[in-house]
Design a protein around this ligand. Structure first.
Ligand SMILES: CCCCCCCC/C=C\CCCCCCCC(=O)SCCNC(=O)CCNC(=O)[C@H](O)C(C)(C)COP(=O)(O)OP(=O)(O)OC[C@H]1O[C@@H](n2cnc3c(N)ncnc32)[C@H](O)[C@@H]1OP(=O)(O)O
Length: 282
């Protein structure tokens, strides 16, 4: 091959080869990134991946047919990515109370006084996802990319999507505590339907990804039953209905925190995808 592009070598995650332009090269690129992501099982591994990527050397070896130079590049990942699923000053008492409740179920004490994992697990959440995947064919722009996860891109805490997800693998259930900020207004004083859909997609998509490989939403059906007051905290619960090959069927409901009021219910279909699915699109 004529141009081999950039080669990044990173001890624990192997070698990423970045090719330019032609489809063949992008196929190679997809394979490289596929290898990078091998072992990726669900979003819970993303933090680890984030940390691993932080450990990439800042020196990237650039090879062409005739020349080999070293260029120093600053990496897009801060040393310690912020975990947005932890409490901040904008969280109201209801959000905090529920967080404490589910968080306490993440660790249990045995009779001997030992701590061990409980039935629930809190999922950390970062504002950058797999830029190496979402950058796709524009991989050359990775370093400068300003991509941010849609639900985690507001600087002002509490202004938009405040949420934390807990997953219960044994029961195949996922619970999200969601506090809807003032920037999410749709009908006066209430949450925008698109913002609700976004959260349902996020919760069900994260849940489906937990169970299998990375997924994409193929179908999302939503019934809006009663409006959600802006600023309020609600519960978004999802459960797995069935898995059939690449398909994961999930249902979801949004209720008041005491469960007495149904705001929204939904069903979703996710299809597991290979990383190349995102990378090889024209
Ligand atoms: C490497 C990625 C890592 C990601 C990790 C991110 C971490 C981020 C961290 C935190 C995020 C929080 C989480 C957020 C989650 C959000 C998720 C989204 O919003 S995704 C954006 C919106 N969705 C799209 O843009 C999809 C667009 N559609 C497609 O790309 C394709 O259509 C796709 C992948 C859905 C299916 O394409 P095919 O080519 O793979 O599969 P075919 O052959 O078409 O279908 C396979 C089977 O599925 C059925 N099928 C396909 N679509 C269907 C549909 N809409 N309804 C019913 N059945 C459908 C087909 O009939 C077929 O069934 P038979 O095998 O014959 O039984």
């Amino acid at each position: 091959m004529k141009v081999t592009g950039k080669t990044i070598t990173a001890g624990c995650i192997g070698r990423i080869v970045i090719f330019r332009d032609s489809k063949d090269q992008r196929v190679q690129m997809a394979r490289s990134i596929g290898r990078l992501l091998k072992g990726f099982h669900g979003l819970s591994t993303l933090p680890e991946l984030g940390v691993q990527l932080n450990h990439l050397p800042t020196c990237v070896s650039l090879r062409t047919a005739s020349v080999r130079t070293k260029v120093a590049l600053s990496l897009p990942f801060p040393p310690k990515p912020r975990d947005f699923s932890l409490p901040n000053s904008s969280w109201g008492p209801e959000m905090l109370g529920l967080y404490e409740h589910y968080n306490s179920l993440c660790e249990v004490e045995t009779e001997g006084g030992e701590k061990r994992e409980g039935p629930w697990q809190r999922l950390p959440s970062y504002n950058r996802s797999l830029k190496y995947a979402t950058g796709g064919v524009y991989l050359s722009k990775i370093i400068q990319s300003k991509a941010r996860l849609f639900t985690r891109n507001m600087r002002d805490p509490g202004a938009a999507f405040e949420y934390v997800l807990f997953v219960n693998e044994g029961e195949q259930r996922c619970v999200c505590i969601f506090q809807a900020g003032h920037l999410l207004e749709g009908p006066p004083g209430h949450v925008h339907g698109g913002a609700i859909a976004t959260m349902i997609d996020t919760v069900t998509g994260t849940h489906a990804s937990q169970l299998s490989e990375p997924v994409m939403t193929a179908n999302l059906n939503i019934n809006y039953r009663s409006p959600i007051p802006l600023g309020s905290t609600v519960l978004i619960e999802s459960c797995v209905d069935k898995k059939e090959g690449r398909k994961t069927f999930i249902s979801c409901k949004v209720t008041s925190t005491d469960g007495s009021k149904l705001h929204t219910d939904a069903t979703a279909l996710f299809l597991s995808i290979g990383v190349s699915h995102l990378l090889l699109r024209e």
